[in-house]
Design a protein around this ligand. Structure first.
Ligand code: PLP
Length: 436
């Protein structure tokens, strides 16, 4: 039986809000008169899921019940064999020291074997960089590659950090819209039309957060042709790769001419329910490794030593827990999609991977952010506005189904009832109306 953290009462879910302070102007205290944050801080974005979770917890503190469908993390515990391997390394293995900046060799070897097995990528331990979570791979890619004014094509809606980091380092983020009519796939011919002499990097993510879409093998082949033709680098975010439910995944790094221009991003957070461990990696072209290595040394020195031993066990030990999570996600996906489509005014396409649904709520004639707030304050369900993932997310919400079937069923009932109230009264319930 899978251990589901949401079914236990003592989960420290509140901890996540303390990890990332919401960056909004009203959270800022007065700076001393002569000290101002650097100009570049005006360009950095954030990940709204953390802010939404904090608002949901504030509501819960007033005694209201909230079902959390906002966060992108499996509700399961890390498989026990993985935690035990890390504990052994910590208690008996002396894994309490700095490691090599790019990660311990046995983990990099395990990653080489794993990416061969699951993605068909041929690489070497020297081309693997282990990081605290996969997010630093995005940051390092932008820092290492993007000069002022260089253009970065990225999916919109999409993981908000691509745009945030591209802008932060001085680049120009260029959104490639994902549309429901195209099953939320990147339109590769549209991507072709966005390429200019300033384009340096194309980011894509399959399976995709927040829509659950996947790129077809033909899409990926065409993207590779474009990258080679225009001499571009590609950041392939494959963090949900083991959570693709239809079609055969294809890693762009395996295609002709791509190994030397692809950064493949993956990690342990989603597949092995290890979000709190902070463990990810990039498989890089050899020419980029020295730069990434220096960025690691300048920022974090290395990734937690004992956590890396847990990661070896995750990749090389029994896979039944990861497989069981995947099977459970498939069942929940059906439950969510059926339940959402049964709500008058809501339509939801079947996602093909990851653990998110992206229902269309444009029928209600309100912004996504208004509807998301209404569902929180009226219905007690915390989801995210589609616009948390970029302007092309308007008209949609993201509900994660990384929650128990019991909670998902209850959430669907609440969403249905709350949207029915919105339709009949035309009144949005907001944070203000709850406090009043
Ligand atoms: N890429 C995508 C598309 C994600 O959704 C996430 C996390 O939500 C990440 C990367 C980062 O994962 P990690 O927790 O390993 O930093």
């Amino acid at each position: 039986m899978l251990a589901s953290a949401t079914t236990r009462s003592c989960r420290c879910a509140g901890a996540i809000g303390t990890l990332v302070a919401p960056r909004s102007d009203d959270s800022r205290t007065e700076a001393p008169a002569h000290v101002k944050p650097a100009k570049r801080m005006e360009r950095i974005g954030t990940e709204t899921a953390f802010e939404a979770a904090a608002r949901a917890r504030a509501l819960e503190a007033t005694g209201r019940s909230v079902i959390h469908l906002e966060l992108g993390e499996p509700d399961f515990d890390t498989p026990r064999n993985v935690s035990e391997a890390a504990a052994r390394a910590l208690l008996e293995g002396g894994a309490t020291h700095y490691t090599a900046a790019t990660g311990i060799l046995p983990l990099r070897e395990a990653i080489v074997a794993d990416v061969k097995r699951w993605k068909g990528i041929d690489t070497t331990p020297e081309q693997v960089v282990v990081t605290p979570g996969a997010k630093p791979i995005m940051f390092f890619a932008m820092l290492a590659l993007i000069d002022d004014g260089d253009e970065v094509i990225y999916p919109n809606p999409g993981f908000p950090i691509y745009e945030s980091m591209a802008r932060y380092v001085g680049g120009t983020p260029v959104p490639a819209p994902l549309r429901e009519a195209n099953d939320f796939r990147m339109d590769i011919e549209e991507v072709a039309s966005l390429i200019t002499p300033r384009t340096k990097l194309i980011v894509f993510n399959s399976p995709h957060n927040p829509t659950g879409s996947i790129l077809t093998a033909d899409d990926i082949r065409r993207l590779a042709e474009l990258a080679v033709e225009h001499d571009l680098v590609v950041l392939a975010d494959e963090i949900y790769g083991r959570l693709q439910y239809e079609g055969e995944p294809l890693s762009i790094a395996t295609l002709p001419g791509m190994a030397e221009r692809t950064i493949t991003l993956d990690g342990f957070s989603k597949t092995f329910a290890m979000t709190g461990w902070r463990l990810g990696y990039g498989v890089l072209p050899a020419w980029l490794v020295p730069d990434f290595s220096r960025l690691v040394i300048n920022s974090v020195s290395c990734t937690s030593a004992f956590a890396q031993y847990g990661a070896i066990e995750a990749l090389t030990g029994p896979q039944d827990a990861a497989d069981a999570m995947r099977t459970e996600f498939i069942a929940r996906r059906q439950l969510m999609v059926d339940g959402l489509n049964a709500i008058p005014g809501v339509t939801c396409v079947m996602p093909h991977g990851a653990f998110y649904t992206f229902p269309n709520i444009s029928f209600f004639g309100r912004t996504s952010s208004e509807v998301a707030d209404h569902l929180l304050y009226d219905g007690g369900v915390c989801g995210l506005s589609g616009t948390a993932f970029g302007k092309h997310g308007e008209g949609y919400l993201r509900f994660s189904y990384a929650n128990s079937r019991e909670n998902l069923t209850e959430a669907l009932e609440r969403v249905g009832a709350s949207l029915a109230r919105l339709s009949s009264t035309g009144e949005l319930v907001t944070a203000g109306s709850v406090q009043a």
